[in-house]
Design a protein around this ligand. Sequence first.
Ligand code: 8OZ
Length: 367
Amino acid sequence: MSTPTKLFDTYKLGPLTLPNRFVMAPLTRNRAVAGLVPSPLATEYYGQRASAGLLISEASQVSQQGQGYQDTPGIYSKEQVAGWRKVTDRVHERGGRIFLQAWHVGRISHIALQENGAAPVAPSAIRAKGKTYVNNGFADVSEPRALALEEIPGIIESFKRGAANAIAAGFDGIEIHGANGYLLDQFARDGSNKRTDAYGGSIENRARLMLEISKAVAAEIGAERTGIRISPVTPANDASDSNPQALFDYIVDHLNALKLVYIHVIEGATGGPRDIAPFDYASLRKRFKGAYIANNGYDFELATKVLAADAADLIAFGKPFISNPDLVERLKTGAPLNPYDKNTFYGGGAKGYTDYPALSEALDAAQ
Ligand code: 8OZ
């Protein structure tokens, strides 16, 4: 007999009761309109996916300096807050819950996106090997400059303000983007952090910015509404560390002390192999008393197995949610999944965004 699945069980996440264990992973879609405001199509897109236990918004920069790609939405202006308010209202009308993912890209940016063409900022002046998308084309990321010690409080403040703005926009909480080689991950991992001040060197020093931001955001909006995403071994965006187990064991111990509501862990290489490097995720699970959201390459079978083993509380699905607005219903009924089209992941309009059919619409179309 097959294992009964817990995927459709309810779960209490801080003050929220989730109707199932599905999390829609944060997914960059590059469709913000003038002023980097979420468009009416974004309202439709998130609303279509409201049956997930929890939606996490696409990564949204907390400042202009924190932007690294064309047409990603922000959470620092009044207009952006008003645009997001329409999204959260629609999700709530449809019975859903949504967190905003708050983002600073650090060195994964380009002078074309920065104020007055300034250099992007980083822990150290080391250019990442990688590309970004700006002015309608791929470009190498720009040479960054190292943040001065005196600038760090401003970075923390930008996350705090982003969190307050997100709550003003009606979000149920915040996910701090601590993953995928962006600013907080750049500070944490020693491949990108060569500082000699209180934010570089030892694990304690490299983890400091991520933990100070977590503490500041939790103080602003409540720890029960504050989660964080980490990716201990992903090589995404040229990220690397000499001892990720010790680093992330330390980080998670301290996130636990701050009583954050969840850790969202990308297991393996983001969007790639789960077994890219050895890592003991159970060690993180053991250290953290809040919810553990597991992500990366999950399907029904693996999700069922991991929930049954109590190795996670919630499972984040990414690409399957792009092409299946009713992913929960489809996995519940064993219905086939719509395939996704990679060509419409980033940028563009409704095509590949809001036009993937739910089962009911697919049946209507077949009649
Ligand atoms: C894909 C393209 C651009 C950004 C991440 C925010 O990897 C992203 C991202 C993904 O976390």
